[in-house]
Structure formats: structure tokens, C-alpha cells
Design a protein around this ligand. Structure first.
Ligand SMILES: [Zn+2]
Length: 413
């Protein structure tokens, strides 16, 4: 294994220092988007960007951007980054390692006297998590011209609008109007992130290469039968909606598990029963379905099989059903050229990273609509994330950052 180029000590000191802002308990953080703590975090990260030799700005959407000038300022930009906002009961690595790792990569380059061929921009995107205003990926959608109507009027639980929060953060939403995303300005986006799942740990690998971000389909299903006295209606005469629903829950679980090689996942996470009484046969059940896959064909086929299952469960139990589709997004694949490059660079530092799908969203999901993107995952303990217990080892993070650095170097030779 070749020795590391990045400054590991500096990287870990910065991760520790940022983890002190909004700290909860011994290891957790609460740095809600556009909060006082978020602002403090952004200021600190901005200072590190300057130390790394970057010019910095905070755009009207609250994104912190550092620019390292390259030889050709007109060439498509290499963008690196992630987010530093957190869940209310979050960990200190989610998003953070992608931003601080990117700064470390740029600083390593600058200190070695390497001038990149194009500009490199490091971004700490505003409000990736979406927990405060119930809609995430705000900064990256703002930057790429994908905001929706009414976003500034969304309120947090204290009634503060996003507009007010942005103003308090020092950003003026009036400036959105003058902002247009320039198609083709960004050539490549790379994001380093903790895996937030247990696969790398199970494989004994510190680092993985993301094949793509899965496309979730979200449904709300309602099954309707007929209420009756739990003590008197004979079993063959019942129209029990909860029994029908139970078959769907088990069926979805079986469908999603049917190919052990595939990353398909399916979940019923929320259920409400009407009239919800001990001695009444359930008349109506409403439940959510979430299924995700990187392969749209496989996802479509699972969808059809699930509908067939609903038909048969309803026929068997005398029920009717409706499906409301809440979300349908397509998988977004990482660029093959970047996956190859990442694999080659990983081999040079003695790694053989497996490829894996990302179930969760990331800022990279939105970037995928405007440029090629690649993602590196770092192993995290027990797959725990969005929890103060979230943990990745210093060694694993350093390997991920070293891979980010070497890949960024190749992309800007
Ligand atoms: Zn994240």
C-alpha cells in the first residue's frame, strides 16, 4: 500500500471540531439547517476553505462554496462536496466527511503546488436533511434551478418560514430571481459519504463505490372491507381489511427478498386501522409502501407482482383497494467512467472496493441531472446513521478521503 498523501491529523481534528458545534451527548450533533448552530458550522468550514487556498462565497440558497482556481477558468468545473446540516438527533459524520474530505483533498493539492486544469469547487450544500421544513436537498435544488412553488413559505415547527430562516442566515431570497443555473458549467460531481447501511461492514471493506442511487416508489394503499362484531361474525363471512393488509406486508417482504443477490428493498412502515377497536372486525386499513431498486425493470416487475397479490388478497377476503402514488423517482446511475476511475485509483492504495447501491438520497441525486457524478461510501459501524451512535473509524474515513483526493487529481490533470 502506498503512503497517504492527505493530512490525516488535520482531517480528523476538523471533524472533531465541527462535531463540537451543536453537540448533543458525547458523540451526537443537532445542527438543523439554517439554525444558529448551522451558521456557526458554516463559518468554521468557510475559514478552513480559505486556509486551503479557496475563495469562498455563500450563495442566496445558503450553499457555502469554495473555489480553487484552475489553469483554465472556462473549463467545466470539478465539484466536490456534501452537507453539514444534521438531523435533530444526528451523528457527526453524515455529510460532514464529504465536505471536510473535499477541503482536505483541495488543500493537499494546493500544498503540493499542483494547479488543477479546471476550477475545483467545494460545496457544503444547504439543508440536505429536510427535517426542519419537511423538504430536503434545498440548497442543491436551488443551485441547479429545481426549486418548487411555495418553498419559501414552508414553516418549521415554531412557525418560522424558510424565507425568514434564510434572511436570518444572511441570505436574501430576493436574489433567487437573478440566479440561473448555467447548463454545462459543472463537468463532474464527486461526493464522499458514510454508507448509512451495513453492507461494507459485512463485507469487511472500508470503502465502496456507489453504482447509483435507487429510485423509490412510495404508495399509500387503502384496503376496505366491512366492520362487524368480533364475537359474532363467522370466519367465512368476514371482510377483514387488516387480514388482507397483513398478506400484502408479508408478500412485499417476500418479493423484495426473493433475489438475495439484488439490492431490492421493500417496506410497509406506517399503518392505520379503522375503527381500531378490540372487538370490531377492521373495516379499513391504510398503509404505506416504500420500494426501491437500482434496476427499474426489476422494480416494475415487483410492482406488478405486488398488485397481483393485492388483487388476490382482496378477492379472497371480499375487499376493495385503492393506491395513491406519492413518489416515483428513477434510479440515477453513477457515470461508468467515474466508477472505473475510482476503482483504478482505489487499487493504487491497496483497496478493492465493492460496488453498492445507495438506498438513501444524497445531494448527488440532484447533481446527477446536471452532470456526471460519482460517489464513494465509507463503512460505518453497524450501519447506524441519523443517530448519535453513528461512527466511522478515522482510518476508514482517511482511506475514503485519500481516494477522493487521488480521483480529483486525475480528473484535473
Ligand atoms: Zn447525508
Amino acid at each position: 500500500m502506498k503512503s497517504m498523501s492527505i493530512n490525516e491529523k488535520r482531517l480528523h481534528e476538523r471533524i472533531d471540531a465541527l462535531g463540537q458545534i451543536g453537540k448533543i451527548g458525547d458523540t451526537g450533533v443537532c445542527r438543523l439547517a439554517l439554525s444558529h448552530e448551522d451558521r456557526e458550522g458554516v463559518r468554521l468550514v468557510q475559514a478552513w476553505m480559505a486556509e486551503a487556498g479557496m475563495e469562498t462565497i455563500i450563495d442566496p440558497f445558503g450553499n457555502l462554496i469554495g473555489v480553487l482556481e484552475g489553469l483554465d477558468k472556462e473549463a467545466p468545473v470539478l465539484m466536490l462536496g456534501s452537507h453539514i446540516d444534521s438531523q435533530p438527533y444526528g451523528g457527526r459524520y453524515d455529510g460532514v466527511i464529504g465536505v471536510l474530505g473535499a477541503i482536505e483533498a483541495v488543500q493537499t493539492m494546493a500544498e503540493a503546488g499542483i494547479k488543477p486544469s479546471s476550477n475545483i469547487e467545494v460545496v457544503a450544500f444547504c439543508d440536505e436533511e429536510g427535517c426542519r421544513f419537511n423538504k430536503g436537498l434545498f440548497g442543491v435544488r436551488g443551485m441547479t434551478g429545481k426549486l418548487e412553488q411555495g418553498e419559501l413559505e414552508r414553516t418549521d415547527k415554531n412557525g418560522v418560514t424558510r424565507r425568514e430562516a434564510l434572511l436570518g442566515f444572511g441570505c436574501d431570497p430576493a436574489a433567487f430571481a437573478g440566479y440561473a443555473f448555467e447548463e454545462g458549467r459543472i463537468g463532474t460531481f464527486l461526493e464522499l459519504h458514510i454508507e448509512q447501511g451495513p453492507i461494507l461492514e459485512a463485507l469487511g471493506e472500508p470503502v465502496g463505490i456507489v453504482s447509483g442511487i435507487s429510485g423509490p416508489v412510495w404508495w399509500t394503499v387503502e384496503m376496505t372491507g366491512f366492520a362487524g362484531h368480533a364475537g359474532s361474525v363467522p370466519m367465512p363471512m368476514r371482510q377483514d381489511a387488516l387480514v388482507g393488509c397483513a398478506k400484502i406486508i408479508v408478500g412485499l417482504n417476500e418479493l423484495a427478498s426473493s433475489d438475495p443477490e439484488a439490492p431490492t428493498v421493500g417496506t410497509v412502515g406506517s399503518l392505520s386501522v379503522f375503527p381500531d377497536s378490540r372487538n370490531i372486525i377492521p373495516e379499513k386499513v391504510s398503509f404505506t409502501v416504500d420500494f426501491r431498486d437500482i434496476d427499474v425493470k426489476r422494480r416494475d416487475s415487483m410492482e406488478n407482482r405486488l398488485i397481483a397479490l393485492m388483487e388476490s388478497a382482496c378477492a379472497e377476503h371480499g375487499l376493495t383497494y385503492t393506491i395513491r402514488e406519492d413518489t416515483r423517482s428513477d434510479p440515477r446511475y453513477c457515470a461508468p467512467r467515474l466508477r472505473t476511475l475510482l476503482r483504478e485509483q482505489a487499487a493504487l492504495i491497496g483497496l478493492t472496493p465493492p460496488e453498492l447501491m445507495s438506498g438513501p438520497f444524497h445531494d448527488a441525486l440532484i447533481m446527477s441531472y446536471v452532470c456526471d457524478y460519482g460517489m464513494i461510501f465509507v463503512r460505518c459501524k453497524d450501519g447506524i446513521s441519523h443517530n448519535p451512535k453513528e461512527f466511522s473509524s478515522e482510518k476508514d474515513i482517511a482511506l475514503g478521503v485519500e481516494l477522493l483526493y487521488r480521483t480529483a487529481l486525475r480528473l484535473t490533470e
